[in-house]
Design a protein around this ligand. Sequence first.
Ligand SMILES: [Zn+2]
Length: 437
Amino acid sequence: MEDKIIGNAIKNQIPAAFILVLLLIFLNFWAVQTLSARLQDAVAIPIFNASISPSQSNVKAQYAGANIVIITIDTLRADHLGCFGYERNTTPNIDSISAEGFLFSQAYTSRSLTGPSLTSLMTSLYPITHGLRDNGYVMSPKIDTLARILQRNGYQTAAYNAYHCNKKRFGFSHFFCALNNDQKVASSAINWIKKNSEKRFFLWVHLFSPHAPYEPPKGYDIFKPLGYSGPDYSTKKSIYSIKADSPTLPKGDIDRIVSLYDAEVRYADDQVGRISKALEDLSLDDNTIIVILADHGEDIYEHNKYLFHGCSIYDSSLHIPLIFKLPDKASKGMNDDGIVEIVDVSPTLLELIGLPSPTHFQGTSLLPVISGDGKKAKNQATVAELKAKIFSDRPIHCQASGSNGGTKRSPLEPMPSAFVIISAKCTIAGSNGSLYF
Ligand SMILES: [Zn+2]
């Protein structure tokens, strides 16, 4: 009633045209506020502004114009690579690249699930920010990606993917997919390199073979334990007969399963070797930055969680390899054991080629660490897990996202293997590490 009286009083005193102007201003304000609220429902903070951080505007262009090749290997645990100390010869090609590059021995993914983690890689945003909290989610096209940034700076961009064929294109101008066919993906990527060798390019190759089921191609089942006579586990039906919560398997069975996983790792490694050799044969290796990492690992046998990731925050699922090989091998054989994150990859690459990172990036450039000027990597990582039962083998400090947009982090105990879980409905985990949302 009071509003109506005031409205009538104003109407009697102010010309109709002025009221119309006021109405238009109000409608405009309402529309902006409503749209803003909806965007904030979809993503935790505004991330669509590709403005440049003043503090990063004078980055040194150490490798300006260099090509970039990112090779991600699905479900590749860091501790099953030779360069991470694994006893089997699973990764001779990656080991060679690592020997000529910089190895981060404590790199962690943002979520042990392909879609969210690869999106973090390509956007430098945590899952709670980019909004992909499961494989079925679709990323807003308004979110900037590494591919789009490089494209705007004169790069040819192409993705060759053995998984997520239709959904996760991340702004690449050329996208090729051969589902679960690493050899075809690598061959096609090599052909694309040959066709684009005269151009400045950004190539992303995603290999998939270490992901279950473990069906190594003929000639790759080379780690089979001698004398093993139990179930074979080398078929989809037999391996998937094991549930995530199966009773403890006999050691011989676990050894057999691990041998199959390792065989798939070796197969993926051979594809990495083919791509690396193609770059060398084309004399592109001295003008190409190569990055090798995984989207997540796998709980193959620990904690009675067989063939399990996605909701795991065990190290076996979160600890990933991360290797940078620079064109001039300036960081040959170097490494750092500080905790770094998958969201750090994109800002590192941009700084390496002399491009500033957008202000909305949540990762930190690792160039100060790679360049060997004495700086150490930060010692903390963030994992975003939502709408899922979470498994962990350490006490978890939990922190609700708030008005800061969910980016707040804090150091945890025990360090350095500690994580913050960011969630609007987060609760404190018990000492057994089980956490429920
Ligand atoms: Zn994956």
